[in-house]
Design a protein. Structure first.
Length: 109
């Protein structure tokens, strides 16, 4: 059963902890502010040498990505990184576990 979170900040914090615990890597919470570039994803990470950006939204709010957030996601993808919008920790972990299996297959070639 999926846990319910009070707000997006609580979901971001729990997702960051789960990513570190289940997958390792390095995960950073980006705090917006007047001196921060607008549109950066909530969680920036590095996993197996790959740049990752995760825009976290509350369940049911996945379609509220701003134009600036989408532009950042598109730039990450165009640059060869991994970027996604997520509202569910379990689904995000499954996504990266599948990605990781593919990355390991590519490394063998």
């Amino acid at each position: 059963m999926t846990k319910t979170y009070k707000n997006e900040g609580a979901l971001v914090s729990a997702m960051k902890k789960a990513l570190a615990k289940e997958l390792g890597g390095r995960w950073i919470k980006i705090h917006g502010g007047p001196y921060q570039e607008k549109g950066l994803s909530d969680i920036i990470g590095c996993l197996d040498g790959r740049f990752i950006a995760i825009e976290v939204k509350m369940p049911g709010k996945e379609d509220t990505v701003t134009d600036m957030q989408q532009r950042f996601i598109d730039q990450v993808l165009e640059s060869g990184g991994v970027a996604l919008v997520s509202s569910n920790i379990e689904t995000t972990l499954k996504f990266f576990k599948r990605k990781r299996r593919r990355w390991k297959l590519w490394q063998r070639k």
